[in-house]
Design a protein around this ligand. Structure first.
Ligand SMILES: NC(=O)c1ccc[n+]([C@@H]2O[C@H](COP(=O)([O-])OP(=O)(O)OC[C@H]3O[C@@H](n4cnc5c(N)ncnc54)[C@H](OP(=O)(O)O)[C@@H]3O)[C@@H](O)[C@H]2O)c1
Length: 277
């Protein structure tokens, strides 16, 4: 089984479904990423902040050496942490991530948070544009940016971010932000697509999932897929990885989509981008 591919505004193709490794302990990362690759995941989402880029790189390099995957079929994302914002620090931060990953190029590099108090994200993004021009990264983007941050960024940058990776799940549907993305050709990517597991006990989702004879995790992930949103759930067992990856092919009906639309509570399980950094 493979994930559908989405096309970024850079022309690069990204698997819609990925595997995220936030809170995967460094000593388990190599094994879990290997299991994810064996399950069929080709998009792996890490960050300098997760302290597990080495394990991601090790698993990826071994899988290539073993003939399980080709580098061209993989899509590796990493993110620059807040204390490395600024033009020169960002270039250095990228080099450090690449040294930990042990890869020749990165598929996507993201500014992890706008950190508006620092007011360095525009300068940081200029460094990202250089990395793109130098061919060190295939696409550049941002994470946790609100429309106000994107608007400022677009004013003085020549490259539109390919992706904005934000918290999104049925309790936080991000309508206005997604409309902004659609207007500018930015792909929405959902982090914590299962609301860190909390969503799985939502009684209305449980009821819908039961009707469809799928799990709540699969229902939430099908909903994102059907909205054209890329998702990067984290899971710690091969069974859960498989469940999250092997989604029913059929699109959810308009009736089911309408019922999920009613569950939006504008509720975050993660941090507010206005206050981080
Ligand atoms: N850009 C950012 O600022 C940002 C912030 C947060 C996260 N992220 C990215 O997004 C990824 C996913 O977010 P997340 O890890 O916060 O939350 P998540 O993917 O919404 O939820 C992960 C939780 O759900 C559980 N789970 C996963 N699949 C399940 C299933 N099929 N059935 C039951 N439980 C299941 C996992 O348990 P087990 O692990 O025990 O299996 C884990 O506790 C991260 O790993 C990271 O790559 C980015």
């Amino acid at each position: 089984m493979t994930s559908p591919l989405l096309t970024l505004n850079s022309g690069a193709r990204i698997p819609a479904q990925g595997y995220g490794v936030y809170k995967v302990p460094p000593q388990q990362t190599r094994t879990l990423v290997r299991q994810a690759l064996e399950t069929g995941y080709r998009l792996i989402d890490t960050a300098a902040f997760y302290l597990n880029e080495e394990g991601v790189g090790q698993a990826v390099r071994e899988a290539i050496a073993d003939g399980l995957v080709n580098r061209e079929d993989l899509f590796i994302t990493s993110k620059l942490w807040n204390d490395q914002q600024g033009y020169h620090k960002a270039l250095h931060g990228f080099d450090e991530s690449m040294a930990r990953l042990g890869l020749d190029y990165l598929d996507l590099f993201l500014i992890h948070w706008p950190a508006p108090q620092q007011d360095l994200y525009r300068e940081t993004y200029q460094a990202f544009e250089k990395l793109l021009a130098d061919g060190r990264v295939r696409a550049i983007g941002v994470s946790n940016f609100l429309p106000e941050h994107l608007e400022r960024l677009l004013q003085d940058s020549s490259v539109i971010p390919a992706v904005n990776q934000v918290e999104m799940h049925p309790w936080l549907q991000q309508g206005p932000l997604r409309a902004f993305h659609a207007q500018h050709g930015i792909l929405t990517q959902a982090w914590s697509p299962l609301a860190r597991g909390k969503l799985l006990e939502d009684p209305q989702l449980l009821c819908l999932a039961q009707e469809l004879q799928i799990s709540v995790a699969q229902l939430a992930l099908c909903w994102l897929r059907d909205l054209g949103v890329s998702a990067i759930p984290k899971a710690s067992s091969p069974e859960r990885m498989k469940q999250n990856f092997e989604l029913p092919a059929e699109a959810l009906s308009p009736q089911i989509l309408a019922r999920i639309a009613q569950l939006d509570r504008h509720q975050r399980v993660g941090s507010d981008p206005r206050t981080v950094g």
